[in-house]
Design a protein around this ligand. Structure first.
Ligand SMILES: [Zn+2]
Length: 488
């Protein structure tokens, strides 16, 4: 007797043989896939506690979003128009100010739940998040609250902290009962907390993985980091990831990768994920291929708009690339289906070749290839016997997907969107059915998010909220008159 049987659907396995069963079945026992195959091989006397008839629908592995930021769901669109204003980059100052000074545990809990709900409803069954913009590593309570919010939705959540931008020491605020006190936080304490987080939180829940996630691994001289300090900090991040056998996940940019390779090459390997990787030199492209470190590419991120990410140069050199959302602030979403399509358009246009980025390859970049880079391909990323049952069912009985009989992967990748995901199963448990979340109360998640947002705005005060939300260039005017609260 199986626990769950999905039958009659178009089963897209994303396995090494690229098998598609049309129609096929999947039998699930406990949390894993026990049998999978074409309908004609399904035993006649097969029995299961629960049967889902997926006739006319697509059945696929749950998607993996390899990079996002805890916190961003509650500040999305804040200061969206100011990123390129003069002086440049006050969006980053704003995010740092909010995350280090105006958040409490409830903020991280409510945002963790909201973000995980958004991801899950778009068919993402594993999501990676860095706690903050560059991470806020001073209080593990915040990370614990974030995990608690995320895990209750049913998502497989991979999150972490690590080194943040200077200058040091950091002076984060802690909010209690409507008022705050300032604390001081040194780089040594950051290393200690990163290690403690991995030691205490990794695997605490079956779907919870705590990794090492520094904001960047290069050298940030503008924030006062010296060469010696950066090498020390980077070494510590690599040491913790290696000692606890967890992925090392970070942002990196042109020049930064060369610095890491020259000073701490042992940090670069197949479970090192390097988000953005924009502005890479020819030598850095080769370094990715030589070391096996994986490029986590967010086609809709601002980094990618400001400087090009040489995706096809990396692929041609033999490197590995994964597609991520970098959700959600200021201007993105967790709908990774959008990123798949934008990935195709961007790189086909740049390479002047409409045959690049075929849909099967693009789908792998959000499933099995992402799983491999995160070291979890033994348990998820494709539909195979023995792997956890992380499965999504797409409702293809809709005008934009019908008729759904031929070229199923093309039709899914080109035409489906996040809201077409009808059912989400993680670890064999149905977490969403007919778009209703089952493991948690979605209305409560939305109400908690409203409350956390309104409390955040109260703490920020009227003037800052006004500066962050004055969308005075929505009709294309440049040069926002919004005062920059961070100018000197
Ligand atoms: Zn990011």
């Amino acid at each position: 007797m199986f626990d769950l049987l999905i039958k009659n659907g178009t089963v897209i396995t994303v396995d090494a043989q690229h098998r598609i069963f049309q129609p096929g079945y999947i039998a699930i026992k406990n949390d894993s896939i026990a049998e999978i195959g074409p309908m004609e091989s399904m035993p006649e006397n097969i029995q299961a506690m629960r049967v889902i008839d997926a006739a006319g629908k697509a059945v696929m592995p749950g998607l993996i979003d390899g990079h996002g930021h805890a916190g961003h769901c509650l500040i999305k669109t804040f200061a969206e128009h100011n990123d390129t204003e003069n002086p440049p980059g006050w969006w980053g100052s704003m995010a740092e100010d909010i995350y280090f000074h105006y958040t409490d545990e409830f903020f991280w809990y409510a945002e963790g739940a909201l973000a995980a709900a958004e991801r899950l409803k778009f068919g993402i069954t594993t999501g990676v998040s860095m706690l903050g913009s560059t991470p806020r590593p001073d209080r593990l309570e915040n990370l614990v609250a974030h995990f608690e919010g995320a895990i209750k939705t049913g998502l497989r959540q991979i999150s972490g902290i690590g080194s943040c931008d200077g200058p040091w020491p950091k002076k984060p605020w802690v909010w209690e009962n409507g008022s705050y006190y300032e604390t001081e936080f040194t780089p040594e304490q950051m290393v200690e907390n990163t290690e403690r987080a991995v030691r205490e939180l990794n695997g605490k829940h079956k779907r919870q993985m705590c990794i090492v996630a520094p904001g960047s691994l290069g050298i940030n001289e503008a924030k006062g980091d010296t060469r010696e300090f950066s090498i020390w900090k980077n070494k510590q991040m690599g040491r913790i990831a290696q000692e606890y056998n967890v992925p090392l996940h970070t942002h990196i940019y042109g020049g930064g990768l060369q610095f890491v390779y020259d000073t701490t090459p042992e940090l670069l390997g197949p479970t090192t994920s390097l988000t953005h990787s924009t502005g890479l030199s020819q030598r850095e492209i080769e370094i990715l291929a030589e070391t096996g470190a994986v490029l986590f590419h967010g086609p809709t991120t601002r980094a990618n708009i400001k400087k090009r990410c040489p995706v096809y140069e990396v692929l041609r050199a033999g490197g590995e690339v994964v597609i991520v959302t970098d959700g959600t602030a200021p201007d993105r979403s967790y709908d990774i289906w959008r990123d798949m399509k934008i990935f195709q358009v961007l790189h086909r246009a740049h390479e002047n070749d409409p045959l690049l980025a075929p849909p099967g390859r693009v789908l792998e970049m959000c499933t099995i290839r992402a799983a491999r880079a995160l070291g979890i391909d033994k348990i998820t990323g494709s539909l195979e016997v023995g792997k956890r049952a992380d499965i999504i069912i797409i409702n293809t009985q809709q005008p934009h997907l019908a008729p759904f009989g031929i070229m199923p992967v093309h039709r899914i990748v080109y035409h489906a969107q996040g809201q077409d995901v009808e059912t989400v199963i993680v670890d064999g448990e149905i977490m969403m059915e007919n778009r209703q979340m089952l493991a948690c109360d979605e209305k409560r998640i939305l109400a908690d998010a409203e409350k956390a947002f309104s409390e955040l705005c109260q703490r920020l005060g009227e003037e800052k909220v006004k500066a962050f939300t004055a969308y005075n260039d929505i009709y294309g005017l440049r040069g926002s008159p919004t005062p920059n609260p961070y100018s000197l």
